[in-house]
Design a protein around this ligand. Sequence first.
Ligand SMILES: [Zn+2]
Length: 477
Amino acid sequence: MPTTYETIIGLEIHVQMNTKTKLFCTCDNDSFNKEPNTNVCEVCMGFPGTLPVTNKEAIEKGIISGLALNCTIPSTCKFDRKHYFYPDLPKGFQITQYDEPIAINGHIEITIDSKKKIIGIERLHLEDDAGKLIHANSGTLVDYNRSGTPLMEIVSKPDLRSKEEASAYARSVQQIMRFVGSSDADMEKGMMRFDLNISLRPVGSEKLGNKVEVKNLNSFRSLEKAITFEIERQTKMLEENDTIKKETRGWDAEKEISESQRSKEEAADYRYFPEPDIPPIHIDSAWSEDLKNKIPELPQAKQDRYRKVYAIDADHARIISEEFDLADFFEEMMDYTNAHFTATNLLVTDLLGMLNKEHQSITDTKIKPKQLAELANAINDNVLSTKMAKEVLPVMFETGKDPSTIIEEKGLKQVSDKHELEQICKKAIEAMPKAAEDIRNGNDKAIGALVGFVMKETKGQANPGKVNQILLSLLRH
Ligand SMILES: [Zn+2]
């Protein structure tokens, strides 16, 4: 029998914070579209004799992020120097938090195939980012604009067991950071990147195998591909009785393979010591309590509440709760309608579909939540058929007009008036005596032809359900 293996995954997620200034100086923290090396100063360039001053906004956003990940905030945290040499690191060391991070012992809940699972979080610490190397034809250039940008490193416990879980966890962290407002977490702008720790062990074994670190994965796709690749590579090695080395590997996103870079460094290799220029930071419970009150309702809680209060479908609840602005739109819409199911469908399937086509998001639409609610109400009150609503919505999308105005302008009102419908149904029975006779003899299928006649007479504006009812009552009495 071949051995089956279990995959053990831990993730380190680097998230770039959206503070106004850098972590230890007053340089603008937004270097997007700035000329290389124009957004720097003596402090973030590591000139001798300069002194770092800790950015309070970064500390507060670190605390809020930690609390949102259900972490404990120790009463003291401090910064340390982590030494290594690299051309993008002008100081010769990184300022990070080694043994006293700002947040410890957290967890978040993820949902996979409607099953919930708790993923532990070991720590969240703050550190400054390095510059950027640019490999050009003429040689390698360096841009220090990013140097000193505040990062949060969020380290999970080795609780993840598959690429689906890893991806769900990473997405959840991304949403939480956006909800609490500590990062835009835009992967395309490099604001979030992953280091993957992965090992295999025989199913049933308690002992962890040697772990391999895959560095700098900068998309969800790369993360999933790297996991698949490592599972295959390590399984093959174990089957051939090879020893898996503890090592750091780099991910080649083009070839979709990981390649060995170096053997894994131990903490001692970095010669950590407390940063002598930055005093430890004391965080009392009043301060963290105050920050805790600023945390909005988070996606998982929203999702659970939407399902409970509005009884909407799980997928819809998930999609809506993942984005702050979308959730806002949804909640406002719900204030104006009891047609929860119809309104949610219009929002998620139709409106989001139209926005996706235009590469727009919910904040770009001319449609107001109240107007979409009105459209849902019109369907539910049988003023419009679903088919007619599909004609109204694109006009709302284009013009931002109220559905009632468009219904009026297009003369779209569904005919539901009983007396009016009865007259047309009688006409149908006269025009199609054979079908009418069939129904009298119990052949219900023949009703389609009569309903068709009525729909044609009313230019599709009759309510088919009512037409059916009226025809049957006329013919069966
Ligand atoms: Zn600076």
